[in-house]
Write a protein of this length. Structure first.
Length: 144
């Protein structure tokens, strides 16, 4: 019961942080170009694990990114633009344990997401690139 209560409190804190941050936009900020889109991870470059074996998603709305990272849910802010620039802010996450492969996949995803510096959205796909311009995360569109 204690882990469940902890997970509920973390989820509540994450929800509150996302709601509070949604209204905090300074003047002159670039409106996120990805707003209203939902993606499922289909490929990545860091891990030997197949991302299709896990539920890893990214939902962009109101300057925030959230989703499932294999085991836990996560959320935080992001910026897109000017041009193809991309960055995520500090991410909050629930803190539940899972099977070892799932936990490795989650750690790999969150590391690659934090290191993303640019993006390209073409047709039904979204690709995030690292600081050297290398593809790191490749997503397929999902229905919002």
């Amino acid at each position: 019961m204690k882990p469940r209560l902890t997970a509920m409190l973390v989820t509540l804190a994450l929800s509150l942080a996302l709601l509070t941050g949604a209204g905090c936009g300074g003047s002159g900020t670039t409106k996120p170009a990805l707003g209203g889109t939902v993606w499922r991870l289909s490929e990545w470059t860091l891990s030997s694990l197949d991302p299709s074996d896990f539920t890893i998603t990214a939902r962009f709305a109101d300057g925030g990114i959230s989703g499932k990272s294999a085991v836990n849910t996560y959320g935080g802010s992001y910026t897109a633009g000017p041009g193809d620039a991309f960055a995520v802010g500090d991410l909050a996450s629930t803190n539940m344990a899972g099977a070892e492969p799932d936990m490795r996949a989650e750690a790999a995803y969150l590391k690659l997401l934090a290191g993303a510096r640019s993006y390209k959205q073409v047709g039904g796909g979204l690709t995030l690139f690292d600081q050297n311009g290398n593809e790191s995360l490749i997503f397929a569109a999902e229905k919002p």
